[in-house]
Design a protein around this ligand. Sequence first.
Ligand SMILES: [Mg+2]
Length: 124
Amino acid sequence: MKDVINLNDSDTSISVFKDIVRKFVEKRNWTKYHTAKNLVQAINCEAGELSHLLLFKEYSKEAIWNDEALLTNLTDEIADVFIYLISLINSLNLDLSQIFAKKMEKNKEKYNLKEYNNGLYDKK
Ligand SMILES: [Mg+2]
């Protein structure tokens, strides 16, 4: 297993994330708690923590990058959401790449370029 500290997007596959989260959960004997319901609720809780950081505030991207504490809090909560999402995928034995590809095809049809262009809905 790769060292968690040295991961980066360009050379880390999804299976590495899945293995790291699976082993983390198994070593703590938490698998019994990682039901679909509990994990969906945990994702919602972490998404709420992420949302709360920006509630009633307007930060530009530059302002976020210039506020080290805020950036740390945001990235921690983004990671929490991702970790629980990976655990949900593990618990249901899903292949993220396959479900991603399938949903992106649906999105391409739903938000087709004929009707949706530059974020503006074309009512013609
Ligand atoms: Mg959190």
